[in-house]
Design a protein around this ligand. Structure first.
Ligand code: SF4
Ligand code: SF4
Length: 290
């Protein structure tokens, strides 16, 4: 069973929900947590996991052989990223940082003057704590290909899971609705959309649930800090009712969650009372997937 944890807006508590669910699931089932918030992964901090490098991630990039180049400019014309700059009668200039490795320039060159090489774009780390197998993807500083790193983490996970044999796979996505989020949601059985009672969170929640609907993935909403603005919580509940979306959890705003982050321990270990809350969320997910 693959469950994505997302929500649109950043800072709503996705990682807290993902790690708490992982620890709770791991009490009864072999569980893996994929941290694919690759620009700023921090599930390893929330679970006190000492990560070990598993592999580097590379992206194909082009390299020019100017001995063969006739300065026709076709490679620049096909590059949608504008990563190839061409000035008449000059050799093309390559802006490596914005290349996405699509290889269109290689195909377009009539002189076979461009060949493929690679650049490092990220790292995959692994680790374990609370019986949760953690796979954590991290984008190299300054690189843009976060969607590719997410896709690579998911690809390598298939290999890692031959050993782990996890039955429950949780995928903690980045905020937003872009390429890295789509790469996190694809192929999942259920989406947990974590939100908070604020106008911006509801706005972003609607956008991410549009994706869930588009990909026909079952989904439910967890309202974090629901007691901070009860009036606005009613608005989220109204939206859920109108669209026939289940509210599968309501998490209160308590100091325990701050303690959990500072002490680098899941909130269920800080205060066992939260076990019931996350168990209920799991029951709702199980019910929806059956
Ligand atoms: S591989 Fe694609 S993005 Fe990179 S330079 Fe070539 S055409 Fe542009
Ligand atoms: S398409 Fe090939 S030959 Fe033409 S400018 Fe680019 S590298 Fe040179």
């Amino acid at each position: 069973m693959k469950i994505a944890i997302t929500g649109g807006k950043g800072g709503t508590g996705k990682s807290m929900v993902a790690t708490s669910l992982a620890v709770k699931f791991a009490k009864n089932s072999k569980t893996a947590l994929l941290d694919v918030d690759v620009e700023c992964p921090n599930d390893h901090l929330l679970l006190s996991v000492k990560r070990k490098e598993f592999t580097k991630i590379y992206q194909p990039i082009p390299k020019w052989d100017f001995d063969k180049c006739t300065k026709c400019g076709k490679c620049a014309a096909v590059c949608k990223q504008n990563a190839v700059v061409f000035v008449k009668d000059k050799y093309p200039a390559f802006v490596k940082d914005i290349c996405i490795g699509c290889k269109a320039c290689i195909v377009a060159c009539p002189q076979n003057a461009i060949f493929e090489t690679k650049k490092e774009i990220g790292t995959i780390y692994i680790g374990r704590n609370y019986n949760v197998g953690l796979i954590s993807g991290e984008l190299k500083l300054g690189e843009l290909a976060s969607g590719e790193v997410v896709a690579e983490v998911r690809k390598y996970f298939e290999e890692i899971n031959k050993k782990l044999k996890a039955e429950i796979i949780l995928i903690d996505s980045a905020a937003g609705i872009g390429c890295p989020v789509i790469a996190s949601l694809i192929g999942t059985d259920y989406i947990v959309a974590v939100t908070e009672p604020t106008p911006s969170a509801l706005h972003d929640l609607k956008r991410v649930l549009y994706l869930a609907k588009h990909f026909q993935i079952k989904h439910g909403i967890v309202i974090n800090k629901y007691d901070l603005a009860k009036q606005f919580c009613l608005k989220i509940e109204g939206f859920a009712k109108e669209n026939n979306i289940a509210i599968i959890g309501r998490i209160p705003y308590k100091k325990d969650f701050v303690d959990s982050t500072i002490k680098m321990k899941p909130v269920t270990e800080i205060n066992p009372d939260y076990q019931k809350l996350f168990q209920k969320i799991i029951e709702q997910i199980n019910l929806a997937i059956k």
